[in-house]
Write a protein that binds this ligand. Structure first.
Ligand code: SF4
Length: 216
């Protein structure tokens, strides 16, 4: 038992829409609040409100779905200190745990069993100044780096950062996603092929299936 609490926007069971576990049934724990304001944000409903829950209650609700994969997301989950404790508890319980983070906050205290999915915010996100580049040196083969690409200029920027920080060598996956409604998925796919980039193109499966409805 513990007194620790977190503000939670939603806990739900769905298919993972992104990353190296895309398509796998996953329980999502969406924490409330984010200090960033990316222009393409699709989870603004998580900025405010939420329900304060004890870590015990969160773990009980997660367990009720009998999952194998858990994704802790937001908002920016690391903006709440007890997120680190939750991640460790979920790992201790034997789940395969991932964390989606904006890349603006330190990731060094995250339990090493967690797969950290760290964004590098492109200029087109309007939040490029928030990138915490110190995080790049901490990435391991368990981790993933994600770029959401809004334009050809963003693509060139991302390509440069992949080289500059040797991300293909450092991280388990480098993910390139088209920003929904800003470039066509086909454009990004063709740019990656033309440059023979060793990155993983991804579409957001949950958007295709559920059109971004909360709870999926
Ligand atoms: S970091 Fe994520 S949750 Fe926060 S504003 Fe950007 S896209 Fe939205």
């Amino acid at each position: 038992m513990t007194d620790a609490t977190l503000k939670i926007t939603e806990i739900f069971y769905s298919l993972q829409g992104e990353s190296n576990t895309v398509g796998l049934p996953t329980v999502f724990v969406r924490l409330t609040g984010c200090p960033l304001r990316c222009g393409y944000c699709d989870s603004e409903y998580a900025f405010y409100g939420g329900t304060r829950m004890s870590l015990d209650a969160i773990c009980d609700e997660v367990a009720s779905h009998n999952p194998r994969y858990i994704c802790v997301t937001g908002g920016e989950p690391l903006a709440q200190r007890e997120c680190l404790t939750l991640l460790t508890r979920l790992c201790d319980a034997g789940y395969d745990v991932s964390l989606e983070t904006s890349g603006a906050l330190p990731i060094d205290n995250v339990d090493p069993r967690v797969s950290r999915v760290v964004d590098l915010k492109t200029p087109g996100s309007d939040e490029v100044a928030r990138n915490r580049y110190e995080n790049m040196a901490l990435l391991t083969a368990r981790d993933q780096v994600k770029f959401v690409i809004c334009s050809r200029e963003d693509y060139e920027w991302a390509r440069f950062k992949v080289d500059e920080y040797a991300l293909v060598q450092r991280a388990g996956e480098v993910l390139f996603s088209p920003a929904f409604g800003q470039i066509t998925p086909l454009s990004l796919a063709e740019w990656i092929l033309a440059d023979n980039l060793p990155v993983r193109f991804q579409l957001q499966l949950h958007k295709l299936l559920w059109n971004d409805a909360p709870g999926h």
